[in-house]
Ligand binder design. Structure first.
Ligand SMILES: Cc1cc2nc3c(=O)[nH]c(=O)nc-3n(C[C@H](O)[C@H](O)[C@H](O)COP(=O)(O)OP(=O)(O)OC[C@H]3O[C@@H](n4cnc5c(N)ncnc54)[C@H](O)[C@@H]3O)c2cc1C
Length: 546
């Protein structure tokens, strides 16, 4: 006999079946501000679909049933395949069907990247493993499009809205996805240390066949249809297009070794792979592999920042929702001043990241403008560094708002907390981003001027902001001890751009609180340290309003 279940009291309800977009005024305003107001209804419809209980359940299920490596068939022949739970396939089907992977390339528009950024941020609230192949496909398209004579037939497949998981030659499929292989055992950031060799099959040159021998230590989403892979060719480190199947429809030699046992990102497969006389086609020129693959890196790094902003928003929304329903000491948590401070601080943090990411998205859309090109160049590593770096600390605090329930795997935060550090590590870890920020200023001196113009647009409203910007611009002009100061400067640029957007566009209460808490006091190590006079209710409503 089990004891009768006592009445369940004072537990908050599941936060599901709500519109992820319209309940997020910070994102609604950012979408309009950055030029995509006409997409409001489309993104609102997407937010409604993604916020369903079914979507939340699919995200949980896909992460509770990690993919399984199938190296051999039952007769001992190599398979080198990965089997996924049906929930993964369903999520992928919906993600691709919404065009969230390559929408801006299949349907170019003046604010296509802004609209996609908003939609992709909403997807990040639901599930992050699926974003790995989607992001790599988004990033690969512009690189392949430069060589239409060699890769043109792949483009319609990458732009397709049909997810086709069959393990078969891409030419027989309705849609295809891309991965990438750079990281080797002896070095990931320092890709020039790559040892994988590429030997020309006959003549050398772009689009021609080479044979690759070596390995990759991290090789995510190995069920993708093709990969951009770095290898040492006779002319130096080069980028290769490595399809899963050969032109004659037989399987290419990608010998999967094992799947990584990861902290989080459990729905997605990350493998180790060996190449043995593996077929690949040269992308770009021999010796220009880093430049070629970094074209893809610009987009994947942007996506890392988008995804971290989405992750933080979902966790902050869960915290706010819980505090609105849970009582302690006779009062709702949300009505207790100290908790209001914590929630408002978390909401402010989310608002600032949404502002930075969406401003950067505008730069992706305005590449015909030289200033925006320079802004994109510098703000991509800035946003990748700062937004991704803040996710673990923000999400840890949201977990605490839920108390013990926050730490339980059945709840919404635990999985997202394990996910949180990843965006900061892959696609260029924190230090690499900060070194890239220095490089952006060193290579193109006009970058400082363009940043100055952006920041100066918000001057004259607040003395603290004006001083912060003036000091930053002086500091950026001094290259002494650049590497030692790289994190300091990158963080300051992020805070300055976030402040600039909030000051120019409001809301006023958030802008003032941000200036006082971030520019004067520095980014808080723990949340809940806003000054007593702030309009905490307004700030909280910016991140979850019904
Ligand atoms: C789940 C997961 C999936 C992944 N999937 C892929 C994939 O599909 N394809 C792929 O190619 N890679 C993938 N990676 C690899 C990832 O991109 C690398 O791990 C990352 O780039 C860091 O490389 P590393 O691990 O070799 O570390 P290192 O390069 O050894 O770096 C270690 C630390 O040193 C720092 N560092 C390096 N150089 C400097 C310097 N000059 N100054 C100061 N600090 C420095 C780095 O910032 C980092 O903090 C994946 C990683 C993970 C965790």
């Amino acid at each position: 006999m089990t004891a009768p279940t006592p009445e369940v009291a004072n537990q908050s309800s599941d936060l599901v079946d709500y519109n992820l977009f319209t309940t997020n005024p910070a994102l609604v305003d950012a979408l309009a501000r950055e030029g995509s107001a006409s997409d409001h209804d489309r993104i609102a419809a997407l937010g409604e679909r993604l916020g369903s209980a079914e979507m939340f359940a699919l995200g949980e299920t896909a992460n509770r049933h990690p993919p399984i490596l199938k190296l051999f068939d039952r007769f001992g022949a190599r398979r080198d395949e990965v089997e996924f739970h049906p929930a993964w396939h369903e999520l992928m089907r919906r993600l691709v069907g919404e065009g969230l992977h390559t929408g801006p390339w299949s349907e170019p528009a003046s604010a296509a990247h802004v609209a996609r950024a908003a939609g992709y941020m909403l997807w990040a609230e639901i599930e992050n493993g699926t974003q790995c192949p989607a992001t790599m496909t988004y990033g690969a398209v512009p690189t392949l499009a430069r060589q239409p004579e060699d890769f043109g037939e792949w483009l319609p497949l990458l732009l397709s809205r049909e997810y086709d998981p069959r393990f078969t030659a891409a030419r027989d499929k309705k849609g295809a996805l891309m991965g990438m292989g750079m990281t080797e055992k002896q070095g990931g950031s320092d890709v020039r240390s790559n040892t994988t060799r590429a030997v020309p099959a006959a003549a050398r040159g772009p689009g021609l066949e080479y044979r690759l021998t070596g390995h990759k230590w991290f090789f995510s989403a190995p069920m993708c249809d093709a990969f951009l892979v770095l290898a040492q060719a006779p002319g130096g480190l080069s980028c290769f297009f490595v399809p899963r199947f050969l032109p004659d429809r037989t399987v290419n030699t990608l010998l999967l070794q094992r799947l990584k046992d990861k902290l989080g990102n459990h729905s997605n497969a990350s493998s180790e792979v060996v190449f043995e006389d593996t077929y690949g086609l040269l992308v770009g020129e021999e010796g220009r592999g880093v430049q070629t693959i970094l074209e893809m890196g610009v987009f994947t790094r942007f996506d890392n920042a988008i995804a971290s902003a989405g992750l933080m928003r979902q966790c902050a929304a869960q915290a706010i929702h819980h505090a609105r329903q849970r009582k302690a000491f006779g009062r709702l948590l949300v009505d207790q001043p100290l908790m209001r401070n914590v929630l408002a601080d978390l909401a402010l943090e989310c608002e600032s990241h949404i502002a930075l990411v969406m401003r950067l998205a505008r730069a992706f859309d305005a590449q015909e403008d030289e200033s925006e090109t320079l802004l994109r160049r510098v703000l991509t590593p800035v946003a990748k560094y700062w937004v991704c770096k803040r996710a673990p600390v923000v999400i840890a605090e949201t977990m605490e708002v839920l108390g013990g329930n926050g730490y339980i795997e059945e709840g919404p935060i635990a999985r997202r907390f394990r996910e949180a550090p990843l965006n900061s590590i892959w696609e260029g870890s924190g230090n690499i981003m900060c070194l890239d920020v220095l490089r952006a200023f060193a290579r193109e001196p006009r970058t400082r001027e363009v940043l100055s113009v952006l920041l100066s647009g918000s001057k004259g409203r607040d003395a603290c902001y004006d001083r912060f910007v003036d000091t930053l611009l002086v500091e950026l002009g001094d290259a002494t001890d650049g590497e030692m100061r790289a994190r300091y400067l990158t963080q300051k640029i992020a805070l300055a751009v976030q402040a600039a957007v909030l000051l120019a566009h409001g809301p006023e209460s958030s802008a003032q609180a941000f200036l006082a808490s971030r520019l004067t006091a520095g980014a808080p190590a723990a949340f809940g340290t806003l000054s007593a006079g702030v309009d905490s209710g307004a700030m909280i409503d910016r991140i979850l309003r019904f």
